[in-house]
Design a protein around this ligand. Structure first.
Ligand code: HMH
Length: 221
């Protein structure tokens, strides 16, 4: 029997919590086309701010990967690829904001966004080990990927304004990136101490909770 990785163990153990993010009522409303039209603008503006804050976090994970002593060359390449595509994401947000008359410089982060960014900031500390940081990076990506891929499946009725976001984060390419991150996490956790394993599982759950709050914020306004 093939041994399953830690991440798969968590996904099985915490399935209802995980699904509360990836199949959040907001995601279901995008999928069935009943989403309120003002929600797109809220999401766009808030997610732009989030991605801006996400960049230094990913850079901090990259630095930690570089400092890992053993065969982390592949990890460095994967993370660097992730940073490169965030550059495209930021350009896309700016173009899209123009279309919708949103002045990004005037957007104020809402509470859920601020809380999420505060978590990212705490994870940038050099006290946080690579195993925990890379677990967070994977979780942040995979929850988004599965959420948007679900809106994008056959039979979904996503409104036109959501189409490009669904294509961007629900894409096969982004899915591949998330699978690479998952393998990196599993590999790293094979040699982790019990304490590291505990921290990694806690951060995985914490990310899911913050993603749920992020979606809640998009429903409200
Ligand atoms: C809230 N989570 C949130 N926004 C994103 N853009 C991602 C994850 C993936 O980059």
């Amino acid at each position: 029997m093939q041994e399953i990785g830690k991440t798969e163990t968590w996904l099985r153990k915490h399935r209802p919590v995980y699904n509360s993010a990836t199949k959040h009522p907001f995601i279901l409303s995008i999928r069935d086309g009943t989403v309120q039209s003002h929600s797109f603008k809220t999401w766009l503006a808030q997610d732009y701010l989030f991605v801006r804050e996400f960049v230094p976090f990913v850079a901090s994970v990259l630095i930690k990967a570089c400092k890992e002593s053993d065969d982390s060359d592949d990890d460095v390449e994967v993370i660097l690829g992730g940073i490169a595509s965030m550059n495209d994401d930021i350009s896309w947000f700016k173009r899209e904001a123009k279309k919708w008359d949103i002045r990004l410089s005037e957007v104020v982060p809402q509470k859920a966004n601020k809380d999420y960014c505060r978590l990212l900031e705490s994870l940038m500390s050099s006290d946080v080990e690579y195993s925990e940081a890379v677990t967070a990076l994977w979780a942040i990506g995979v929850v988004y990927q599965e959420s948007f891929a679900y809106c994008f499946e056959e039979g979904s009725k996503s409104p036109l304004e959501w189409k490009e976001s669904c294509e961007r984060w629900g894409s096969e390419g982004f899915g591949q990136y998330c699978r690479s991150l998952q393998k990196m996490v599993d590999r790293r956790l094979l040699k982790a101490s019990d304490d590291e394993l505990k921290k990694a599982e806690v951060v995985f759950l914490s990310i899911i909770e913050h993603e749920v709050e992020f979606w809640n914020m998009c429903v409200r306004k």
